[in-house]
Design a protein around this ligand. Sequence first.
Ligand code: PGA
Length: 250
Amino acid sequence: MTDLIFAGNWKMHHGPTAARALIDAFLSSYEPYDDREVWFFPPAVSLTEVTRAIRGQTGLRSGAQNVYWEEKGAFTGESSVSMVRDAGAHVALVGHSERRHVFGETDTQTAKKVAAVLEGGLRPVLCVGELLEEREAGHTEAVVLRQLAAALAGVTGNSWGRIVVAYEPVWAIGTGKHATPADAAAVHHTIRDWCAQQGAPSRMPILYGGSVKPANVEELVAEEEIDGVLVGGASIDVESWRAITKVGLD
Ligand code: PGA
């Protein structure tokens, strides 16, 4: 069985001091379980602190919310893959909907980031998902497949084994409205089929994201197609994050 992945995207919350406090509180009742991993995506300034705090703990990983594809140079405000790896990241989000829709990131830029993350030895978590009007127009699959095809065009051979995809319908992010488990599973199935045709392992992890919380996580991860969750708002509070990451253990 594939491990369940619980990924917490803190977005622009928790500088180093608050990050340390959250991790310490989380660790006070953390026990590793064979069937799951917990990944933390703090803001870049808190990455080193989170990495230090989880060092030596089985089942925990830190990751970057964003990277730039160049190695170094005059790119004010950006972090390269080697820099976030040096700060302890094992994984990096790429193409999050806020990167696409708030910061105007294109499919082409997303593809460059996926390539840089793979080249730098990290695992990309490629985020894809449709807008509400695209869903209502019946274009969900077409949008998701376009985003996948663009971002993963350069992926070959063994690199497929390091890809993680997160399906995050844009209308569900931060809105309190989540996709039904069946709707999410149907899109996951489409993603899995397409990626397998390109060379991905059939058990490539596909996470669902968008208003995941303690009250709905159980029904989501009960779906065979859903290999874990990418959580924003409910990951920045230690109680809800603990409840989410312990789903099914009682
Ligand atoms: P949300 O965010 O859980 O607050 O909806 C999810 C995400 O943006 O990854």
